[in-house]
Design a protein. Structure first.
Length: 96
């Protein structure tokens, strides 16, 4: 359906000061954010994913070309997990 990232949550729940994007970590709490439904902040449903049988190179290619940090992992169309860039770099680190 969609994905919610920490950045999505912070943008929804917290109000950013009028600062450049590089200062995104500076927030003040907004009173309306806590009642917001997830669907109003989640990333679009047309997200990329990998199949459980895909090789690691497919995941790396999607990370780089789609500029995402995590991918849903599907098996027969059902979500079974998530792979993150940090997971992939952990494997690469063990191989080096």
């Amino acid at each position: 359906m969609g994905i919610v990232t920490l950045r999505n949550i912070l943008k929804a729940v917290l109000t950013k000061y009028d600062l450049p994007e590089s200062y995104l970590w500076i927030y003040s709490v907004s009173s309306s954010g806590s009642n917001m439904p997830v669907k109003s902040v989640m990333r679009a449903t047309k997200i990329v994913f990998v199949d459980v049988e895909d090789d690691l190179y497919r995941a790396v290619d999607l990370f780089l070309t789609k500029k995402v940090n995590s991918l849903p992992v599907l098996e027969k169309g059902k979500l079974i997990g998530i792979i993150r860039t940090i997971d992939v770099f952990g494997v690469i680190g063990m191989l080096l």
